[in-house]
Write a protein that binds this ligand. Structure first.
Ligand code: NAP
Length: 304
């Protein structure tokens, strides 16, 4: 039986790997089929301490990974589909193999949310996206909309101005929840127009997006807008389905922590770190911080 499994390869998972391998726990980190987590989908990361001129998200994650490997974290490109409690630990199944561990750190992160409106699923990959960094390039000289009013929506809209001629932000209220600095950049960008108090209710198009229907949230009237692309930036859902209710979740569906230590879950020996257990801060630096805590908590638990 191995000491410690780390599930997930974002800032939380890799930081757990760095700390746990330096503590000689010989952890195995399951990075999934796509390593690096949400930062792989961003461009400039300006607020990660230590990089005073900023760093590209994928470059930052490559450094995290190398640092975890340097101390002996074993990284497997496998996705864990199932965890069950067994005598003295946990059995993990990846579809490729089965493993047994005394303790587990869950740092499986969160994934983009969708609106579930008509046309959204059908046109995904044909003009509907949740990742401007991945797909923005296809919208050179086109008109796009971004849905949402948080930092992600601001970031996506600003990024899309590099390609699109016009970027609309569709937001359901009359104020943004994004940070002041990001709001200011958006409101001062002449390519961006904000459509306040509007909800996207349908996406139209055959092989590609042609238009959207919007509903005014103040008077319920609807309107149509011709558009080439739709980018969703309405938040995230924690990746917990593979846990099959093994650990307790909070009312928003995130893993509940703080039972005996900050990162402990309702099941002794299972710890959680990063966005999968955080609906509040959701920053790379806070994820890395809880990843460190989880590794220290796991080390002490294995020692008890
Ligand atoms: P968020 O802060 O939760 O914002 C989600 C936005 O989508 C909100 O404006 C919300 O509207 C809207 N929304 C949610 N569900 C909707 C629905 N069904 N229909 C229409 N609109 C909907 O999520 P986020 O922007 O992804 O940010 C998550 C966290 O990451 C935040 O803590 C943020 O600060 C951080 N972040 C930071 C940076 C950065 O520092 N550069 C970049 C990206 C993200 P309401 O406002 O009406 O609720």
């Amino acid at each position: 039986m191995h000491n410690l499994a780390i599930i997930g390869s974002g800032p939380a998972g890799y930081t757990s790997g760095i700390y746990a391998s330096r503590a000689s726990l010989e952890p195995i980190l399951f990075e999934g089929l796509e390593s690096g987590g949400q930062l792989m989908l961003t461009t400039d990361v300006e607020n990660y301490p230590g990089f005073d001129s900023g760093i590209m998200g994928p470059d930052l994650m490559q450094i995290f990974k190398q640092q975890a490997e340097r101390f002996g974290t074993e990284i497997k490109t496998e996705t864990i589909n199932k965890i069950e409690k067994i005598d003295g630990g946990f059995r993990l199944e990846s579809g490729k193999d089965t493993y047994e561990f005394k303790s587990v750190i869950i740092s499986s992160g969160a994934s983009a949310k969708w609106l579930n409106v008509k046309g959204e699923k059908e046109l995904q990959g044909h003009g509907v996206s949740a990742c401007a960094t991945c797909d923005g390039f296809f919208f050179k000289e086109k008109k796009v909309i971004v849905v949402g009013g948080g930092d992600s929506a601001m970031e996506e809209a600003l990024f899309l101005t590099k390609f699109a001629t016009k970027v609309y932000i569709v937001h359901r209220r009359d104020s943004f929840r994004a940070s002041k600095i990001m709001q200011d950049r958006v409101l001062n960008n002449e390519k961006i127009e904000v459509l306040w108090n509007k909800e996207l209710i349908e996406i139209h198009g055959n092989q590609s997006v042609e238009s959207v229907s919007l509903k005014d949230t103040l008077n319920d009237s609807s309107s149509k807008l011709n558009i080439d692309g739709v980018f969703m930036a309405i938040g995230h859902t924690p990746n917990v389905s593979f846990l099959d209710n093994l650990v307790d979740l909070d009312e928003k569906g995130y893993i509940k922590t703080g039972f005996t230590t900050d990162t402990s879950t309702s099941v002794p020996g299972i710890f959680a770190a990063g966005d999968v257990a955080d609906s509040v801060y959701r920053q790379a630096v806070t994820a890395a911080g809880t990843g460190c805590q989880a590794a220290i908590d796991a080390e002490r638990w294995l020692d008890h």
